[in-house]
Design a protein around this ligand. Structure first.
Ligand code: DX5
Ligand code: ZN
Length: 213
């Protein structure tokens, strides 16, 4: 199982995104949180910013859509340069059609579940998905505390599928990364812990090492 760190640029300095991306050159993925102020009570960035960032960064983009009607925006995010497109099972788009749309554009598809959502909803789609994102905070904001009670959902998917990437998102730091890894997660989103660190690249290495413990 390959362990990957996906720093969330939500916690970075939006006035200096190119510089911030250079500071996380050790990362495996770049996690980009897209929020629409409707599916979640916060607004962040959209496809035009992703398109601009793609020109200055070679690390694959892990785009986390926290938006309503995701199916209507898959084309935009695919052409902007998203490599993995992740949307929420709780959104109002048909899951199968949205996954198929992502795959038809040659991108990797991922499904996300909020902390209170039963993990059973993702099971019918596992064969088509590259990754399942299990939220360990309520989506919408960075800097919240890791919800350990979500771990059984990760254990359940890992029991069923040994190969699929399982991503955890919310409150990941050098301690909680170990808990999530023991449960079976192998992709770790980290916003505040990486960008509040003096040397983000060193924090990425520490997180990866701790996940492998
Ligand atoms: C929350 C976002 C997360 C967030 C994580 O809705 O999906 O990706 O940026 O931030 P931290 O690591 O600070 O909890
Ligand atoms: Zn996220």
């Amino acid at each position: 199982m390959e362990f990957k760190i996906s720093p969330s640029i939500l916690a970075s300095d939006y006035a200096n995104l190119e510089r911030e991306l250079k500071s996380i050159s050790n990362s495996d993925l770049i996690h980009i949180d897209v929020m629409d102020g409707h599916f979640v009570p916060n607004i962040t960035i959209g496809a035009p910013v992703i398109k601009a960032l793609k020109k200055v960064c070679n690390i694959p983009f892990d785009v986390h859509l926290m938006i309503s009607n995701p199916i209507d925006y898959i084309d935009d995010f695919a052409s902007a340069g998203a490599d993995i497109i992740c949307f929420h099972t709780e959104s109002n788009s048909d899951i199968e059609k949205t996954v198929d749309k992502i795959l038809s554009l040659g991108k990797k598809a991922a499904l996300a579940v909020k902390p209170k959502t039963d993990i059973g909803v993702v099971l019918p789609y596992l064969d088509k998905l590259s990754m399942v994102l299990v939220m360990t905070v309520e989506p919408g904001f960075g800097g919240q505390s890791f919800m350990e009670e979500v771990m059984p959902k990760i254990e359940k998917i890992r029991e069923i599928n040994k190969e699929i990437d399982i991503e955890v998102d919310g409150g990941i730091n050098e301690e909680t990364v170990k808990i999530a890894s023991r449960a079976g997660a192998n992709v770790f989103v980290a916003g505040s812990s990486v960008f509040k660190s003096e040397v983000p690249n060193e924090m990425i290495t520490l997180l990866r090492n701790n996940a492998e413990l």
